[in-house]
Each structure stands twice: as C-alpha cells, then as structure tokens.
Design a protein around this ligand. Structure first.
Ligand code: 5RP
Length: 265
C-alpha cells in the first residue's frame, strides 16, 4: 500500500484495529429523515465519540466545521429517492477530484446485488476503486438490501460482501445477521456493520454489535440506532465501549442507563 492509502486507512481504523463510523448520509435518498432534519445539530454532540463520519458533500460543507471534525468517508453514490421507481438505480454522484478537495479519508458507494441494477452498481464500484487507488483513497462498499429484510441472511450478505472485496473495496459495510462469522470468513477485507432501522430496545443493538465483533467485524457504521435514540450521546458512548473496550452488552446497557440520566439533566 502507498503511504497515502495507509495513512487514510489508519485514520479510519484505530490503533486497536477497531472503528466506530457514524453515518449521517441518509438524506441523500430519504430527505430530512427523523432526527436528521438539521444534520449539524445531530452531528455536533456525537462527533467526539465517532472515529469517522459517513456523509455527503452537501451536508459536509453546510453542516460540519472544517476546523473541528473527524475523518470523512464521503458518500459518492446516489441519484434516486425513496419515492422514486427503484432505489437500486444509483450512479456515482461525486468526482474523485471533489473528494480530494474535501480532504476525505475514504469514499463510500452502495452496491445492489440481486437487483435489476446489480451490473451497473458493481461497475460503479470498480470504476470508483480504479480512481481511488490512483490517488490513495480507500473505497468503502455498502452492501445495500433496501427494504427487503429477507436479504439479511448470511448467504446473501456473504455473497455481496465477497463481491465487493473482489472488486477492490478496502472496507465492506454490511448488516449483522445470524451466523455472521460466515460473512466475515468469506470477506478478505475488513467488515463493518450497519444498524438498519431503529430496533425496539437498546440491548438488541448492544447484543448484535457485540456478537458481530466476536465474529470478526472490526466495528460499525451505525446511524439510526444512535441518532434516533432519545439519548444519542449515551447510546454512542455505550456502543463505543463494546467496540474499543470489549465491553459486554450488559456493561454497555449499564453505561447507557447511567449516561442517559446524565444526558437527561
Ligand atoms: C444509508 C447507509 C447508511 O450509512 C447505513 O445504512 C448505516 O446506517 P444505519 O445504521 O442507520 O442503517 O448506507 O444510506
């Protein structure tokens, strides 16, 4: 690896080999989704506890102070919306020159395996990797599943994650699932877990994050289950101790409860 690529990977993956990425990119197809209506306000209190932000250029420029931020993973795919015809029909929305101008640590793009747009999205990934490698910028591939919950199984996620790695992604973002070790085993590059839509209890989040870490994930790229929580700072701190201090779900829950009371004051 060239120095620039190594340096960017080191900005993202911390000295313990783990990472907590905070995605706030959802507006690129969901619009002003709940609790991300004013992204700057959502991001600010969470920033100290994130290792990197996953974000679009528009929200980065408008809502993040360039003098006080964390490494940036720039979301560079899009072109569809939740009310449009097909969420999978994404293109590359942001050039590599723009990513360089924004001094990003990585770029991120979704792939849509098993959809009508599988071919296009995989070629998008390949093109982005070609460009990124030229300039030492890692690509994080996002294995999208859309609304199809049944796709969140080890067979499908292992297939998508492996294809992303084969095409040159330096990091793969996928979902936690039962038998998650099968996904990690089949993917020769680091794997991070997304959270998906908000789940009912905090403990469920702590449990899947813990399980995924035990099974080889290097961390998370987890958004809604943090910033849609009523106590987002307590939530991110609790997830952080699982990622970086090997805390158990029970310990994370205890920390959440104590931080929650503090945040409520
Ligand atoms: C949505 C994304 C998100 O970055 C990813 O899904 C993680 O967020 P969440 O934990 O809310 O699912 O790719 O565009």
């Amino acid at each position: 690896m060239d120095w620039g690529m190594k340096n960017r990977m080191a900005q993202l993956i911390q000295a313990d080999g783990h990472c907590l990425f905070l995605p706030v990119d959802h507006g690129y197809f969901q619009g002003p989704t709940r609790k991300l209506e004013e992204p700057g306000k959502t991001i600010e209190p969470l920033l100290p506890y994130a290792d990197a932000l996953f974000i679009t250029r528009g929200v980065l420029r408008s809502s993040v102070d360039p003098g006080n931020t964390k490494p940036i993973i720039l979301r560079v795919s899009g072109g569809t919306s939740m009310v449009g015809k097909d969420l999978a029909n994404e293109g590359i929305t942001t050039s590599m020159e723009e990513a360089i101008r924004l001094n990003v640590a990585a770029v991120g793009l979704s792939i849509f395996v098993g959809t009508d747009y599988e071919h296009e999205s995989l070629l998008n990934l390949s093109k982005l990797v070609d460009e990124g490698e030229k300039y030492g910028i890692p690509v994080m591939a996002v294995t999208a599943v859309g609304r199809e919950l049944e796709k969140r199984d080890a067979r499908f996620l292992a297939l998508s994650s492996r294809i992303a790695a084969e095409l040159g992604a330096r990091v793969v973002k996928t979902y936690w699932c039962q038998d998650f070790e099968k996904v990690v085993r089949g993917c020769p590059v680091p794997v991070v877990m997304a959270g998906g839509p908000r789940v009912d209890t905090e403990l469920e989040v702590f449990e899947f994050v813990y399980d995924g870490m035990q099974k080889g994930a290097i961390g998370v790229n987890l958004g809604r289950n943090v910033w849609q929580n009523d106590f987002p700072v307590a939530m991110i701190k609790a997830i952080r101790v699982i990622i970086h201090q090997d805390a158990s779900p029970k310990e994370a829950q205890e920390l959440y409860e104590s931080m929650k009371n503090e945040e409520a004051r």
